[in-house]
Design a binder for this molecule. Sequence first.
Ligand code: FVH
Length: 289
Amino acid sequence: MSDVAVIGLGAMGTALAEAFLNKGHSVTVWNRSPAKAQVLAAKGAVVAASLEDAVRSSQLIMVCLLVYDTVHEALAAAQEALSGRTLVNLTNGTPEQARAMSDWAVGHGANYIDGGIMAVPPMIGGQHALILYSGSRQAFDTHAGQLDALGTSMYLGEDAGLAPLYDISLLAGMYGLFAGVLQALSLTGAVGIRAGEFMPLLMSWLNAMQGALPKWAERIDSDDHTSAVVSNLGMQADAYVNLIDASTAAGISTELVLPMQDLMRRGVAAGKANADLSSLVGLLQLSKQ
Ligand code: FVH
């Protein structure tokens, strides 16, 4: 028996297996393309001959494949072996996929934990690698010591969909930031300003703007977007037109920034001109309208 089995040895699965090995855990590994297991074998991992052998090798089964469909496809071959074990699925997916996977695993007698990895492979094993977990509390408590080998563990609750919900919400924030940075560097780059020259100013500005976010949280939680507003939506919607016009004039695509203009205009049309930008959350929550 091994302390843990790692199924899927892509960039992330390999980093996960290495982190377990580095913390002194015995590890069994399996990958569809067997060659990827060799580097881990050289570091002390046992290479399972089949996915079912990998599942049977440990009480704790970590899965990190590309997408959920491949997890279903791969585990179908070993579903009988899952009974009594804990399946931790770190594959990126949606809350709905996680809940369905949980039902499937529990239906085969397994404990299920879903996970969201907020780190890139080189970070795994360090304290800045945040790993979100949700699902069976009992299974999480049982294996917390082993899971901590991967980074900082955060348990969110019994609903298996919580970890992917937090994961994709954090990614939404990240991609919004990246989209704005791409637009900014396209504008400045078009007139020959080097990215390295502009970046310190951009980072300083973004850091300053982050300071507004705790107030957004207060406004959203209290559903009060109108008290003590310093930069109202109406003013911002008018100024935003300049961002669109300047991009167009410079030959820069507006595909990343136009949707925000549409939303701002919808907010103004809905009577939110004097409210804070935070009030737009309500317009995005279509199911609540
Ligand atoms: N890498 C990253 O920066 C991010 C960080 C945050 C979390 N993501 C998610 O982690 C999942 C795995 O990502 P990855 O980076 O390891 O991806 P790859 O290197 O492309 O490895 C994919 C593995 O999946 C195996 N696989 C694909 N299809 C199948 C299948 N039908 N049956 C069995 N295994 C399959 C693949 O096997 P092979 O191609 O080597 O044979 C790899 O082991 C992912 O959800 C990210 O969103 C990573």
